[in-house]
Write a protein that binds this ligand. Sequence first.
Ligand SMILES: [Zn+2]
Ligand SMILES: [Zn+2]
Length: 255
Amino acid sequence: MKIRVLGCHGSQLPNHNTTSFLLEKNVLMDAGTVTPVLTLEEQLRIDYIFVTHAHLDHVRDIMFLVDNLSYAKRERPLIICSSRGIIENIHRHLFNDVIWPDFSKIPSARAPLIKFEILTPGRKKVLGDMQVRAIGVHHTVETMGFMLESQGKTVLFLGDTGPTDGVWKAARAVKDLKAIFVETSLPGSMQDIADKTGHLTPVTLACELKKLKNAKPDIYLYHMKPRYAGVISREVAAIQNRKIHIVKDGQVIRL
Ligand SMILES: [Zn+2]
Ligand SMILES: [Zn+2]
């Protein structure tokens, strides 16, 4: 499985893009940064976007991507996948004919540019050559992690989250889970703010990783606030007995 990191930060600054991962050529995990990075040809190949939650740093470029697809006259729809509540947030607050056109009716309701695919949390669904399961995590708004199986490999993407349980239990139950992508937004000195805003620090990350017990997937950390990346990295280095990698914008990961 090939995963290209289009953006992996918790805020935007020059050379620091907000969250989006491209799986193979046609699947996006979140869409914080897509159109400034992918060529139009690459954008036209995208079939699915899994959305962890409706915060702007994870959905912003769905808008510009759809706009590009519309002028490129693409015929098949872009499928936006998430739980019912998250889909409703996106539809009501973004594609509402005020902030952005409602592309689920453009060019026509019968053949629109976007379609919404509602995933029931905890239930597996087959989409293309993937099997996917949404699992709720603990952020300030409704947020899903996604367990995704493709080409015989299983990967877990957690969205923004503070301490949570169900998703770690699900991770333990998967035989040969290859990798977990998990956020670490703030340093330990900002634990208070992290708790209030539903994020992890290296301190709470270490506690969360203990919930994996004997499972040892590769751990990929992302969603750092850029100004704290140095101190977070130093704090993470103290976590023992785990294969932890800090993700970089533009990196290509092969599992
Ligand atoms: Zn975020
Ligand atoms: Zn968020």
